[in-house]
Design a protein around this ligand. Structure first.
Ligand code: 3H9
Length: 695
């Protein structure tokens, strides 16, 4: 029977889905399940059926690769209705995970057993849709509206144990064999004379204050619609008979299926999985990395050390003086304590890390046993070279020498050592123990197994690792520098920094560029401008207002004042009229007559700049694929996930249209606005960035 096996074992029909890797409910699986249930109806040898999954989990949900394509019969809702309508009882035996359509299959069954630790969830909203195979109608009937709403609108799974408590699971299975647990439970049910028990026959659940629910969801949605629409479907369950509720769910599901948000979120899902697929490391075994060294105990070094220690690695952090080493230990302890507050680790784990896993010390000799050392010292080439000379001297053969530089030339650092093949960039984002993004900067001579180790380490640390080539700023900061310039030009031409922040937050960014400056510190941007001064072109337009703020000592949140004023204890800034005056002065000094910008033009300019520089980064091979750039911006720069990332956004807008914007903007400034040749080529050929993801 292809992907779905049917066997009878002592009056129990065992229906097993085997569709590696996650038992997605593809057309062939749906057809197989439907056939199996039909066969069970007329099978005199079987009085009860068990549905289970082969491999590491029960069912991972609908086959996401089918979305956006013409539907193929039988549909999942029909198959689940068929299971529920079975005249003989059906049991779902869950192990690993039952997700989305997978949990919906389980809810269509009459009884559910789950192995301890299994995850039960309806993550559809994370893909821009809602549980569309009865989940919004059956789940509230089983667990009540409140729990159903929480699971459906967050997409977060619960454990089998919590499922039992909530009434979703009837029995917690023992042992590691779901099929055996399912058969045992089925026999127990048979012995007790259990009858069919359709979830759809349960009375509609009691309503809650749905207006309040919607208000709460909309307040935190930042433009994302799925959770709110999913809550509408749950609301329908409370007021409509089951069949009508299913029809309403279907209608709402189809509206979400048609949104660009669905396309953006599913793009993000696959982009995040494609990012680790690198031809250069296929079949290459990573080196060992159980003992990590960190050079420098500032915010970044301490964050990296925290991240590694939390992942169970042994960490030796080296500082120049004992006092600095002690401060680093204090910072790491604070990071761990904050993790305890957020429920990420226990006090016992913290104590074990501090006593057994973490050494903070002075001098490089403590690194003689280290497998991989990450340098996180001051961003200065000469300082870095001194550190690498020391590392070259003390590290054992085969150890990896990594730099956390955010823009310096990793090739030059590598060339200063006697072992350039062992050198790589590992660009963490601050705070390093929290931010997901890790740029793996591969230099010209970096060995493939060093790249493989960097990706294995990233996975161990729970990071999203993206391969980047060597250039000033790598993928993220290079593109950031370019679009940030577009924002500064708009300020010089008449837009207020506050309007720009507001327009971009409404677009869906976590923060606008001037809020980001305040968070990062205005000194960072100032140093970058100073560093690049020597390469400046006479037609470059300097953001003199930003320099003026820096010289006033308004460095952002850390000084309580940057573009915004931060009142004591507040991280939310308020506007400052004095900043507007400083900006007005900068315009006057530059001889600019200010003009008004619409929010729409602000977004168009910002995004055109981002996509254009993204195209250059691709053409130069700094990023391997457009979707890797998307992942960088989703994981590290607060880009709205439901838009899929900047390159996906470019595709969604149409590359012709982005190019037309750039040409329009170039009429006022043809020095800054030069279209990238790759963008022109793709637009000319009628192709998208996504076509490069596939090639
Ligand atoms: C749904 O069910 C809609 C219904 O309500 C209504 C229908 C009418 N389909 O993540 P991994 C691939 S919506 C197709 O690395 P892990 C994935 O791309 C669905 N492919 O493994 C990857 O491929 P490759 C609701 C899928 O162990 C490979 O499997 N369900 C699907 O880290 C391994 O994936 C979800 O949203 C899929 N559904 O994590 C669950 N899932 O090797 C989505 C995975 O070629 N999936 N693939 O790169 C997950 O969250 C994780 O994959 C899971 C395993 C936790 C299951």
């Amino acid at each position: 029977m292809g992907l779905v096996a049917y066997e009878v074992e002592g009056k129990v029909a065992v229906v097993t889905v085997s569709n590696a890797p996650v038992n997605a409910l593809s057309q062939a699986v749906r057809a197989g399940l439907s056939e199996a249930i039909e066969r069970f109806q007329s099978d005199a040898e079987a009085d009860i059926a068990v549905i289970c999954g082969a491999g590491r989990l029960f069912l991972g949900g609908a086959d996401i690769t089918e979305f956006g394509k013409p539907p193929m019969s039988p549909g999942l809702p029909e198959v689940i209705n068929q299971i529920e309508a079975s005249t003989k009882p059906v049991v779902a035996a869950v192990h690993g995970a039952a997700l989305g359509g997978g949990l919906e299959v389980a809810m269509g069954a009459h009884y559910r057993v789950a192995l301890a630790g299994a995850k039960l969830g309806v993550p559809e909203v994370k893909l821009g849709i809602l549980p569309g195979a009865g989940g919004t109608q059956r789940l509230p009937r089983l667990v009540g509206v409140e729990t159903a709403l929480s699971m459906i609108t967050s997409g977060a799974p619960i454990t089998a144990e919590a499922g039992v408590e909530a009434g979703l699971i009837d029995k917690l299975g023992v042992g590691g064999d779901a099929r055996a647990a399912g058969v045992a439970y089925a026999q127990e049910l048979l012995a007790g004379g259990a009858a069919v028990r359709p979830t759809g026959a349960i009375a509609p659940p009691e309503a809650v204050d749905f207006a309040a629910v919607q208000a709460k969801l909309k307040a935190k949605a930042r433009g994302e619609v799925a959770a709110s629409v999913a809550a509408e479907a749950v609301e329908a369950a409370t007021r409509l008979p089951f069949a009508e509720g299913l029809a309403e769910e279907r209608r709402l599901f189809m509206t979400l299926m048609d949104t660009p948000q669905r396309a953006g979120l599913i793009h993000a899902f696959f982009a995040e999985r494609a990012v680790a697929k690198l031809p250069e490391i296929v079949g290459v075994a990573p080196r060992k990395f159980g003992h990590i060294g960190v050079i420098g105990g500032g915010t970044m070094g301490a964050g990296i050390a925290t991240s590694a220690a939390l992942a169970g690695l042994v960490v030796t952090l080296v500082e120049r003086e004992q006092a600095a080493a002690d401060t680093a230990r204090d910072t790491i302890t604070r990071n761990l304590n904050a993790g305890i507050k957020r429920g990420k680790l226990s006090e016992a784990t913290r104590d074990a890390i501090l006593s057994d896993k973490l050494v903070t010390t002075v001098g490089y000799e403590g690194l003689s046993q280290a497998d991989l050392v990450i340098e996180a010292v001051f961003e200065n080439m000469e300082v870095k070279k001194q550190v690498f000379a020391e590392l070259d001297r003390v590290l054992p053969a085969g150890a990896i020498l990594a730099t956390n530089t955010s823009y310096l030339d990793v090739d030059e650092i590598a060339a200063s050592t006697s072992r350039p093949a062992d050198v790589i960039g590992l660009h963490f984002f601050s705070p390093a123990h929290i931010m997901k993004l890790l740029e793996v900067v591969v230099a010209g001579k970096t060995a493939p197994d060093v790249v493989a180790t960097a990706f294995a380490l990233g996975k161990r640390l729970g990071k999203t690792s993206v391969r980047a080539g060597v250039c000033d700023g790598f993928i993220g900061n290079r593109i950031l520098a370019h679009y940030r310039t577009a924002a500064d030009h708009m300020v010089l031409d008449g837009a207020s920094p506050y309007q720009i922040d507001k327009a971009l937050v409404e677009f869906g960014f976590a923060m606008g560029p001037y809020q980001v400056s305040d968070l990062a510190g205005l000194d960072i941007g100032y140093m970058t401008r100073q560093r690049k001064l020597a390469d400046a072109h006479p037609r470059d337009r300097a953001p003199t207002f930003a320099d003026a703020l820096y010289h006033k000592g308004w460095l952002g949140q850390k000084t309580g004042h940057g573009y915004y004023i931060y009142d004591e204890g507040s991280r939310v800034g308020r506007k400052d009229p004095e900043v507007e005056e400083i900006v007005a002065q900068a315009r006057a000094d530059a001889g600019v007559t200010p003009r008004a910008f619409t929010d729409e033009e602000i977004v168009r300019r910002y995004m055109a700049a981002m996509v254009n520089e993204g195209a250059r980064v691709l053409a130069e091979g700094i990023a391997q694929r457009p979707s890797d750039i998307d992942v960088v911006f989703l994981a590290g720069y607060g880009f709205p996930r439901w838009r899929g990332g900047p390159m996906q956004h470019g595709d969604a807008q149409g590359l012709e249209s982005i190019l037309a914007d750039i040409r329009e903007f170039a009429e006022q400034d043809d020095h800054y606005w030069k279209s990238a040749p790759l963008l022109e080529q793709l637009a000319r050929e009628g192709r998208s960035f996504d076509s490069l993801n596939k090639s």
